[in-house]
Design a protein around this ligand. Structure first.
Ligand code: SF4
Length: 236
């Protein structure tokens, strides 16, 4: 494994991320994005699953023109693709829709139909994780919309971290936001929101693996409900 990432030593990026995580804890989302932009410039992007466009909106205020990476698995709800359309039209960002190597039909021909119902880890690896690795090739740092209040598995999300396996710096500007903060931001800025969030879905992913959840339950309980799985493997 190369020790260099975008011309910098891995150890340097690791120290940078650790220092930034300590310094930016408690700081507003915009300041965290400013830090990442100042540090990485065009080698910084934001990812979105278009459950809502809050993170994209926050980042676009600080970094107009920034790349937004969307993993277009071919299995998204129409409502999700609608948010993508609105974002492309209304926010100053460049949406990059990243497709897996195989279409859903090609995957079914090679791995059998409905891989998600038999081996969702493999399906996520093929349709999300591998495409993300390739999409991130051109960046040293990426922002994700992780929040500590979303689930127990996200409760310790750092503001900034160095991902050893990927060799990238990951920034989570919304790490400390609550659902109430998100709702307030959406109403204040009229941010595009996935219509499914108003129809009983607390978290939105691919349609075969997403279900409605009763109010008050873990927001991610509706993802892969038939399996002991709550993450797609994107967040290492
Ligand atoms: S969320 Fe489901 S359908 Fe989407 S990539 Fe993962 S297993 Fe496949």
């Amino acid at each position: 494994m190369s020790t260099l990432v975008g011309g910098r030593e891995r150890a340097e990026l690791q120290t940078l991320a650790l220092d930034a995580a300590a310094r930016l804890e408690g700081r507003p989302a915009e300041e965290i994005v400013e830090w990442a932009l100042g540090e990485f410039g065009e080698r910084f992007c934001v990812t979105s699953s278009f459950a809502d466009a809050v993170l994209v909106h926050v980042v676009s205020k600080v970094a107009p023109g920034i790349d937004v990476v969307f993993l277009d698995t071919g299995l998204h709800f129409a409502e999700t693709l609608r948010v993508r359309e609105i974002v492309q039209r209304s926010l100053p960002v460049t949406v990059r829709s990243i497709r897996p190597e195989q279409t859903v039909a090609e995957q079914a021909a090679e791995h059998g139909p409905k891989l998600w119902a038999r081996n969702p880890d493999e399906c996520c690896a093929l349709r999300k994780v591998e495409p993300l690795e390739q999409a991130l090739d051109r960046y040293d740092a990426w922002a994700a919309g992780l929040r500590r209040d979303e689930s127990p598995s996200r409760a310790n999300t750092p503001v900034v971290q160095f991902e050893q396996a990927r060799g990238k710096v990951k920034v989570s500007p919304l790490y400390s936001w609550t659902q109430a903060d998100v709702d307030a931001y959406i109403s204040r800025y009229n941010v595009p929101v996935n219509a499914l969030l108003r129809q009983g879905y607390a978290s939105v992913g691919c349609w075969p693996c997403t279900r409605r959840t009763p109010p008050g339950t873990d927001p991610r309980a509706g993802r892969w409900p038939m399996f002991d799985k709550t993450e797609c493997g994107l967040h290492k």
